[in-house]
Design a protein around this ligand. Structure first.
Ligand code: DGL
Length: 269
């Protein structure tokens, strides 16, 4: 029988992008087993309605609960923005960590002038979820959000240091830099891969990588609840997706930073 501590962490995303979170979790919590679900058949979520995202999210959460997970990590900013509450209801008392809560807290502890920029998908920006999370802790903070839908396909194309991506980033950052932000939250699974380019384009701005901050929040929650895996014999990683599109392996490995084994296709709904 597996003890609750030995059960996997369930991580999920609209597609391949959440592998940036898995990568951060593998580095921060090397003993933890992980089950990942990416809804590659229905990605992108970043332009879909709340209702549709909630329906898809319910299906994903019940899939992960069947895998006997001990905690859930919402790696997708868009899901966290519009369906975070729903996930918490479905999870019962199980710890649920999400990129928006962790990213907002990190932004508040990073900023000096309380001007925080957010770059994210259109749905995340429209939901105002980052601003709400930040204002619940500091109503004085100024939150400037910018939807950056073009950056998602550019990252998937692997154009991480390409002139087209550089010009696109420059254009998107203009209104944020004009408001004197000193901190920028990478509010989309794909954006951690753009960190080198963003640092060149905005050298004086502190970047908040939600994948890293969420991994840290997960580590703290597991420790607090006595849920850390005591097993040091090598973690098990399983990856489930709803489709294996062309070039999935290449793109996935770029996000994960290592080879993507134990990959299986399942259909939900
Ligand atoms: N995973 C999404 C996010 O972090 C980006 C891709 C999508 O639009 O589904 O918001």
């Amino acid at each position: 029988m597996t003890s609750v501590q030995q059960r996997p962490i369930g991580v999920f995303d609209s597609g391949v992008g959440g592998l940036t979170n898995v990568r951060a979790l593998m580095e921060r919590l090397p003993n933890e087993n992980i089950v990942y679900f990416g809804d590659t058949a229905r990605v992108p979520y970043g332009v879909k309605s709340r209702h549709t995202i909630e329906t898809y999210t319910e299906q994903i959460v019940s899939f992960l609960l069947e895998h006997d997970v001990k905690a859930l990590v919402i790696a997708c900013n868009t899901i966290a923005a519009v369906a975070g509450q729903k996930v918490r209801q479905l999870a019962g008392g199980m710890p649920v960590l999400d990129v928006i809560t962790a990213g907002s807290e990190a932004a508040l502890s990073t900023t000096h002038n309380n001007h925080i920029g957010i770059i994210a998908t259109s749905t995340t920006v429209n939901s105002n979820a980052y601003a709400r999370a930040i204002h619940s802790q500091n109503p004085q903070a100024r939150v400037l959000s910018q939807a950056c839908p073009l950056l998602v396909p550019l990252v998937e194309e692997g154009w991480l240091d390409h002139e087209v991506t550089r010009l696109t980033v420059r254009e998107y950052l203009k209104p944020l830099l004009a408001e004197d932000i000193d901190t920028l939250v990478l509010g989309c699974t794909h954006f951690p891969l753009l960190k080198p380019l963003l640092k060149e384009e905005a050298p004086h701005i502190a970047l908040v990588d939600s994948a890293i901050t969420t991994a840290e929040a997960t580590a703290q929650a597991l420790a607090r609840m006595g849920l850390e895996n005591p097993n040091h014999s090598g973690a098990d990683y399983r990856f489930y997706v709803s489709d294996i599109p062309l070039r999935f392996q290449t793109i996935g490995e770029r996000f994960l930073g290592r080879s993507l084994d134990q990959l299986e296709m399942v259909s939900l709904g």
